[in-house]
Design a protein around this ligand. Sequence first.
Ligand SMILES: [Zn+2]
Ligand SMILES: [Zn+2]
Length: 407
Amino acid sequence: MPMDNVEPDAHQQASPQNTPDVFRTDEGAQDGLAKCARCGATEISLNVATGNLRCGFCRFEWATENAIEAFNLNGDISGLTGILVGSGSSDIVPSTEEILTFKCSACGAEVVIDTNNSTQARCHWCRNTLSMNQQVANGAVPDMILPFRVEKSTAVEKIASFVGKRKFFAHPKFRAEFNAENVMGVYLPYMVVDINAHARLTGEGEHQTRSYTVKVGDKEQQRYDADVYNVVREFDIQVNDLTVESSSDRLDQNTSQNSNNIINTIMPFDVENSVRYDSNYLAGFTSERRDSNLDQLSPIAHTQAGDITRHRVNDSLTFYDRGVRWTAEEVDVRGQRWVSAYLPVWLYSYQQRNSSGKSFLHYVAVNARTGETMGSIPLNQSKLLLVAGAVQLVGTVIGLVLVVVGF
Ligand SMILES: [Zn+2]
Ligand SMILES: [Zn+2]
């Protein structure tokens, strides 16, 4: 067997390092009243059209620092070693209170923030908004946030058009209750991962040398000759901005109960445009808290890195026109960097209950950065059967016609 070229491994094996190095991402972040620098109001929210935060009173706008630059994440991944983790991506401490009390600095009242649902609350006495931007150990405050860019009106149009195209097959109850205005803006928790790895793939590749036909009985058969090669590919690989879901509810891909795989189809997000977390971006939207740690998410990220690795070598395998079968795949992750992020999605959800009382969550999701839309809707089974029957009937007719023409 001829041997394929093997590139020498120039790298030293990095010593395994399992304790993450944490870098702070909430430095200078302040809890409590966030005020407009021009007029002092605390009525602050995202202006979706510009991506800036805007004062609700004087309309003054300002931008938040780009997170990738602020955390210095633009650096060369090939130099990355060990495990580097943003402080908002550290392991969640289960004992940490989910209800936190803040003193309103405007009137002195004690205000409660339920970090399970939001990191903002309004003081019930003076109506000022109190924000929590400093990270606590329960994982409620992520490292960065990607603001909504698709307006609600656009999301409503996209959802209405998605459902409109499928209305014929939709369940009558769903059709009657459908109202695209009920869409909600949600920030979903993700981990954004950079990986520096060294990969070694070993396998066999076939290159065709001749193709010919032989007579077997009174039939002709196609044959080919091929050389079989040992194929080895060894290289360094850097994966930038891999996104991994970090809510255990979303990670549950059991398609008999939910349609979580939909979210994967509206990827990717331009995570490089994320900004430093500021809970004012949450005003008017809901959010979901991260509840998964690195231990649970690492295998998922590493599997994805493996898929990318296999894909990456395809260009160098064109000589093996009959394919390559890998027998061993080693991906040695030498460095990884984890940053937690909130990514924006418009969601129209619909809980379908069947006669046995079981429920299934349907939804239509819009990527609130790109407008990419995907969803599932409850179907009208009898209409589906009718159409399936019609297709079969047409098929049978065509089959008959072909038989007639053939003779
Ligand atoms: Zn103002
Ligand atoms: Zn107050």
